[in-house]
Design a protein around this ligand. Structure first.
Ligand SMILES: *[C@@H]1O[C@H](CO)[C@@H](O)[C@H](O)[C@H]1NC(C)=O
Ligand SMILES: *[C@@H]1O[C@H](CO)[C@@H](O)[C@H](O)[C@H]1NC(C)=O
Ligand SMILES: *[C@@H]1O[C@H](CO)[C@@H](O)[C@H](O)[C@H]1NC(C)=O
Length: 443
């Protein structure tokens, strides 16, 4: 009796093979629901980006954190500006952040891109085909049947540029062009365009974003950036009622290798009972997510901090933001000093420095390291130890994983950053003006 291998059998076997392979491949997308997208540390195993060298993860974090001062500097100058008409599309804005990426598709048919997640940015950017100075993976505008460039006269253009259109007549004057120089010798040029954005099973057919045409003297996230701020050009605003102004994310540990963090868009599937704190709105900088940090406790000791160092002030931009593009939490100098001094009192020295960290100690003393609690209006967040300490690659040294605002920044802004957000679900409900925080293991 011969066994007939039917096409059906082949199909069945093949399907089985695929599902086994998927189960064994932790980098296969776990995203099955339409609003639940994977978030991945940029330099982790499942990412298409490899770290500059075969560094230990702590070195990678330190290298990433070395870009924080520029980021904090940028955020600080942003909040210090008195005008509301500043361009939301600044060249500097797209630099120096490459911490977490999310997988999405652009165009029709969809082209896969790994874009950096940025809660303090209002606009999405993608390197487009023909870009000079961009990396190899670009969005091929010619391969998309739904791509179109936007005219300078559309309202989005004025919002994004903060400038009116040039006189017609010169070459290409009808397009919405940006050309910005920054940091002395770097420049950046882009065009505002529109195409389909595909997030899981959701399609935003006419999504406006900046198409990067050239970059010199600097670098941009190599496959683009997705702005999750709440300004007019952000994903939240452009998706309108689709996500009802609600999203949440859980950032996996930088040590995490696989696609395990998640970005959840829209109210469905969000945690039902989550403690919240009011989301504050700075009318001048609507894209930034301000919260009311009212105090910090180290162990059981409330750190003595003058309330005005934490107070939200839309006139000066002072206050505390939650940011997905800064690696380590930065406090204004007097706040950090008070926090660090209390922490040092409770841990045995001597203390040394490592990169941005000034309070490193023998890991053998870690057992006495106090927990750090951020007190927000209506919400207390006690950081898991892995969110307040970082270890040297040998593991023998532990450091308090926070720092003061960079020296040259006369900052009024406190920034709650990535390392302190690991394995927490952070829910932004813009419609109801609250931020929720809950522990979640998303490693
Ligand atoms: C896209 O197509 C246009 C028109 O056919 C052509 O001029 C242009 O060079 C193409 N661009 C790229 C980057 O291939
Ligand atoms: C942008 O500005 C740079 C420097 O001023 C200039 O060399 C370049 O030609 C400009 N590009 C566009 C598209 O205007
Ligand atoms: C922040 O909390 C403090 C202390 O409870 C309160 O006095 C202040 O009004 C709050 N600020 C805002 C903007 O809600």
């Amino acid at each position: 009796m011969d066994l007939k291998i039917t096409p059906f059998f082949f199909f069945f076997f093949f399907a089985l093979l695929i599902s086994v392979t998927k189960a064994l491949d932790p980098c296969a997308s776990q995203s099955d629901g339409s609003q639940d997208l994977s978030i991945i540390p940029t330099y982790s195993k499942c990412s298409p980006f490899s770290p500059p060298k075969a560094d230990s993860w702590v070195t990678t974090v330190l290298n990433m954190a070395s870009k924080d001062p520029a980021r904090v500097n940028y955020l600080s100058t942003l909040v210090a500006q008195k005008t509301t008409s500043a361009p939301i599309a600044s060249g500097q804005q797209v630099l120096n952040i490459a911490n977490y990426v999310v997988r999405l598709k652009l165009g029709t048919p969809g082209q896969l891109m790994f874009m950096v997640l940025d809660t303090s940015n209002d606009i999405a950017w993608a390197p487009c085909s023909g870009c000079t100075g961009c990396s190899a993976t670009t969005f091929l505008t010619n391969s998309s049947t739904t791509y179109r460039s936007l005219d300078c006269s559309v309202p989005e253009c004025a919002q994004a540029r903060g400038l009116s259109c040039p006189a017609t007549g010169s070459t290409g004057a009808n397009g919405c062009f940006f050309n910005q120089s920054y940091g002395g010798d770097s420049s950046f040029s882009a065009t505002l365009v529109q195409d389909a954005l595909i997030l899981g099973n959701d399609v935003l057919p006419k999504f406006s974003f900046g198409c990067i045409n050239s970059i010199s003297g600097g670098s941009v996230p190599s496959q683009g950036l997705l702005g999750l701020g709440r300004g007019s050009m952000s994903l939240l605003s452009q998706s309108g009622s689709l996500y009802s102004g609600v999203f949440s994310y859980c950032l996996p540990s930088f040590k995490s290798y696989y696609f395990s963090g998640s970005l959840k868009l829209g109210p469905a599937g969000q945690p039902k009972s989550i403690r919240t704190t009011p989301l504050l709105r700075n009318p001048r900088r609507p894209s930034l997510y301000y919260v009311n940090l009212t105090g910090i406790t180290v162990g059981r000791v409330p750190v003595p901090i003058a309330p005005e160092l934490l107070a939200f002030n839309p006139n000066t931009g002072a206050g505390t933001i939650i940011d997905s593009g800064t690696v380590i939490t930065r406090f204004v100098q007097p706040v950090y000093t008070a926090l660090r001094d209390e922490f040092r009192k409770q841990v045995k020295g001597p203390f040394s420095s490592l990169g941005a960290f000034d309070t490193c100690f023998a890991a053998t003393n870690e057992a006495v390291a106090p927990t750090i609690t951020f007190q927000f209006t209506g919400l207390k967040l006690t950081l898991p130890l892995e969110n307040s300490l970082i270890h040297s690659s040998s593991g023998s040294v532990a450091c308090l994983a926070m720092a003061a605002a960079p020296n040259n920044v006369n900052s009024v802004l406190n920034v709650i950053a990535n390392l302190q957000q690991q394995n927490l679900r952070i829910l932004f409900d813009v419609a109801n003006s609250v931020v929720g925080i809950a522990r979640e293991n998303c490693n």
